[in-house]
Each structure stands twice: as structure tokens, then as C-alpha cells.
Ligand binder design. Structure first.
Ligand SMILES: Nc1ncnc2c1ncn2[C@@H]1O[C@H](COP(=O)(O)OP(=O)(O)O)[C@@H](O)[C@H]1O
Ligand SMILES: [Mg+2]
Length: 226
């Protein structure tokens, strides 16, 4: 599903270049549930942005579902995103002036799939257990409920991949477990799930851990590059 070969990303800064990714090689199969871990600054978010087609690598190749996406235009990347990828963020990123239903509907409007959008958004909210909160605004929901709205929003386009960057980073441990239950059920449906996390308890629930260190993937116990 995901194949990265020698992915590099450097941020040119006045104080000198920051080598955020220094030759990442990574294969993730369709239907896998993997954790990406690594200390702060190791390149996790930069990698997620590339995996999610939010940014392009400077060099290397990225094949997503068999399609080479490393050199696509911004417009082409946007199309891939809306068709294939659902994002979940640590801080939920809901729009405060939209209610739960409207937040979930948003990706459908971007994808111009307006027919049946309300029904699909309602169904996605049912799937995350929030059928009774469709008219609530983000400030009327708990953190865990906001994250479930965000997961419903990630699901509404029926993406094959869910990318979650620290999805449990802003909620308590009980809520964190609820959110992980949801990811497990999405995984059981055959979706590919990639979760960036600092939480060893969360990482241990995934089938496999990918550890980033200084912009490369390390093999646990061996300390070298993969
Ligand atoms: N847009 C950017 N501009 C400049 N430097 C960046 C940018 N994004 C990330 N970096 C740098 O790249 C490195 C990796 O960052 P990041 O991918 O956010 O790491 P992580 O998510 O693992 O904490 C860090 O040194 C960070 O400061
Ligand atoms: Mg990060």
C-alpha cells in the first residue's frame, strides 16, 4: 500500500539546513496497523505529511497503492488526498463554528460529492458512537468526543488509509483507550492505519512499530538504518 524508497526532506533555514528525513525506506502493506514512534524532532510529522500527500519529498520515491506520487502537482496531490486518505490530528482540528455534522461533511464538499453528503456524514457519526451529538458544536463536546468527530470526518470519504498524528496526545488514558478501540475496529474492516505516537501503550497495540531516529528508520535492537 505504502512504499517509500530513500525519501529525503530538508528544510533550508538561515542558520543552515535541517535534514528532517535522511533516506527513509518503508513498506506498509494494505490492511496493516502500524505505529510510528521516535523522539521529538526525529521526523515523524514530516514523514506523515509526505505519507498524506500534504507535502512532497525533495528526492526519493513514494508509491501509494501502486501509484507513483512523489512528483505530482499540488492539485493532483489534493485529489489523491480526498480519495484515499483520512487524517486525524492531536488537536482534532475541528472548525469551531460548524457543528459535528457540518465538520464531518466538509471533506465531501471539498471532494464535490455533495449528493447524499448529509446522510454519509450522519452515518460516519453513528459509526463513532455520536449519533446523538450531530448538532453539538466543538465547544459543547468533550475532548474524546471531538476526536471521535474528527475520526468520523476522516472516514467519511471511505479512505483506504487513515493517518493519525498523536491522536491520543490530548486526551486522558480512558478516552485514549476508547479512541484506540475505534482504530481497532477500522483496522478490522481492512483499512490501513498509521499512528504516530509517543505512548508506548498505544504503540504496543499496533501490529508493528517503526522507529524514527534523526530522520531515518532504525531497526529496534540493531541501531542501524533499515
Ligand atoms: N516547516 C519546517 N521548517 C523548518 N524546519 C522544520 C519544519 N518542519 C519540521 N522541521 C524540523 O525538522 C525536524 C523534524 O521535525 P518533525 O517532523 O516535526 O519531528 P517530530 O514530529 O518527530 O517531532 C525538526 O528538527 C524540526 O525542527
Ligand atoms: Mg510531530
Amino acid at each position: 500500500m505504502v512504499q517509500l524508497e530513500e525519501i529525503r526532506k530538508t528544510f533550508p533555514m538561515e542558520a543552515g539546513p535541517v535534514y528532517a528525513l535522511r533516506g527513509v525506506n518503508l513498506h506498509i502493506k494494505r490492511g496493516e496497523m502500524v505505529a510510528i514512534t521516535g523522539s521529538s524532532g526525529s521526523g515523524k510529522t514530516t514523514l506523515m505529511n509526505i505519507l498524506g500527500c500534504l507535502s512532497s519529498p525533495d528526492s526519493g520515491t513514494y508509491r501509494l497503492a501502486g501509484e507513483e506520487v512523489s512528483n505530482l502537482s499540488q492539485q493532483q496531490l489534493a485529489t489523491i488526498r480526498s480519495r484515499r486518505i483520512g487524517f486525524v490530528f492531536q488537536t482534532f482540528n475541528l472548525l469551531p463554528r460548524l457543528n459535528a455534522l457540518q465538520n464531518v461533511e466538509l471533506p465531501l464538499l471539498y471532494a464535490r460529492a455533495t449528493a447524499g453528503a448529509i446522510d454519509r456524514a450522519r452515518h460516519a457519526l453513528e459509526r463513532v458512537g455520536l449519533a446523538d451529538r450531530v448538532e453539538h458544536f466543538p465547544n459543547q463536546l468533550s475532548g474524546g468526543q471531538c476526536q471521535r468527530v474528527a475520526i468520523a470526518r476522516a472516514l467519511v470519504n471511505e479512505p483506504s488509509i487513515i493517518l493519525a498524528d498523536e491522536p491520543t496526545g490530548a486526551v486522558d488514558s480512558v478516552t485514549s483507550q476508547d479512541i484506540m478501540k475505534l482504530f481497532h475496529s477500522l483496522h478490522a474492516e481492512g483499512r490501513t492505519i498509521i499512528i504516530v505516537t509517543h505512548d508506548q501503550g498505544v504503540a504496543a497495540q499496533c501490529e508493528r512499530q517503526i522507529v524514527l531516529k534523526d530522520g531515518t528508520v532504525t531497526i529496534p535492537g540493531k541501531g542501524g538504518n533499515s
